[in-house]
Design a binder for this molecule. Structure first.
Ligand SMILES: CC(C)(COP(=O)(O)OP(=O)(O)OC[C@H]1O[C@@H](n2cnc3c(N)ncnc32)[C@H](O)[C@@H]1OP(=O)(O)O)[C@@H](O)C(=O)NCCC(=O)NCCS
Length: 301
């Protein structure tokens, strides 16, 4: 990657960190929630020390690299790469809370992997807390062969980077963030999605047939199950994706929001008119409606 290159994704700008980013970095860190700093530093860490500010803003862009994402003049994400052995580098990420879950983690990992390959690195490693589902999802879905090992209370992740020929193929792809309307256009094209809730602290994901209905997602859920009860008592996530291996293109959309039972007979009658069969017709079903409070998506082409 050209050190001076500035990459634009919608209104956000990604560039290598520079020494005069110190004030921006301090302001960024002070805005992070306790949970976010805990996931990053594995301890409460409300303020950066002067030594950390110096070290984090002074990188050689060779064995140590750091990328910052800027929204106007504010840093909203930082990604680091540090060579720890021949051919191996450690990565770390932090995204400001209000920008999390919008695809920045994926984009930054892709850019660091590109940078690492240019430096002859063929393995990225990271330590993350075992309940850090977002970081683990970013690694798992990056498209690189992954090994995950649990030890001393942390997950040790290792990603094998592709050789140059595969990298060339990947470099030609572009990732586009989808706006809300574009996400709903994609949602309207598919029928099978995945509904996710947490049951006793463990994520549960269930495939369901769904339809887009009045700006919301509707599907049939087996009444009486623990999953059904969890759906109605907590915010949930709903994911739909499509990938064409031959064309190496695809998209994914994530909807998060509150869900509730549809009880109005007129609304049920309109939903019954939709092509919306339950995946398991032997169960007794109720119609669940998910209000799309947060919608994000990406397309790869
Ligand atoms: C971890 C972090 C860097 C990821 O960045 P991000 O921009 O939020 O990540 P993205 O939006 O690119 O991806 C988030 C992934 O988590 C998934 N996800 C979100 N909530 C989830 C949940 N409750 N259960 C399972 N997966 C979830 C999303 O689906 C997405 O995965 P996918 O798109 O591949 O399916 C960011 O959330 C962060 O800064 N967290 C706090 C600091 C931290 O944990 N740093 C890492 C230290 S190693």
């Amino acid at each position: 990657m050209d050190q001076t290159a500035v990459r634009r994704a919608s209104h956000l700008v990604v560039r290598p960190i520079e020494p005069d980013d110190a004030d921006r970095l301090v302001a960024f860190h002070e805005q992070l929630s306790r949970e976010t700093t805990y996931y990053r530093f594995f301890s409460a860490h409300p303020h950066l020390t002067p030594a950390e500010i110096e070290r984090f803003t002074h990188v050689d862009h060779h064995e140590r690299e750091a990328l910052v994402v800027l929204d106007a003049d504010e840093i909203v994400a930082v990604a680091r790469l540090e060579q720890v052995d021949v051919g191996r580098a450690e990565v770390a990420f932090v995204v400001r809370d209000d920008h999390q879950n919008h695809g920045l983690g994926h984009v930054l990992l892709g850019l660091l992997a590109e940078r690492a390959r240019e430096q002859g690195i063929n393995e990225l490693v990271a330590e993350t807390l075992p309940n850090n589902v977002r970081m683990l999802a970013v690694f798992r879905h990056a498209g690189f062969p992954e090994q995950a090992r649990f030890g001393d209370g942390v997950m040790n992740i290792s990603l094998e980077l592709p050789d140059d020929s595969t990298e060339d193929d990947m470099a030609q792809r572009t990732i586009q963030q989808l706006d809300r309307d574009e996400c709903f256009d994609r949602l309207a094209q598919a029928r099978l999605g995945r509904a996710a809730v947490t049951l006793s602290g463990v994520p549960h994901v269930v495939p369901v047939n769904y339809a887009v209905f009045d700006g919301a997602i509707v599907f049939r859920s087996g009444a009486g199950t623990k999953f059904h009860a969890a759906l109605l008592s907590q915010p949930m996530s709903f994911e739909v994706d499509h990938f064409d291996e031959d064309a190496a293109s695809g998209w994914s959309v994530l909807v998060s929001g509150r869900s509730h039972l549809v009880v109005d007979p007129a609304e049920i009658a309109r939903i019954d008119a939709l092509p919306l069969e339950a995946l398991d017709p032997s169960e007794k079903h109720a119609v669940v409606r998910v209000e799309a409070d947060l919608v994000s998506g990406r397309a790869i082409a």
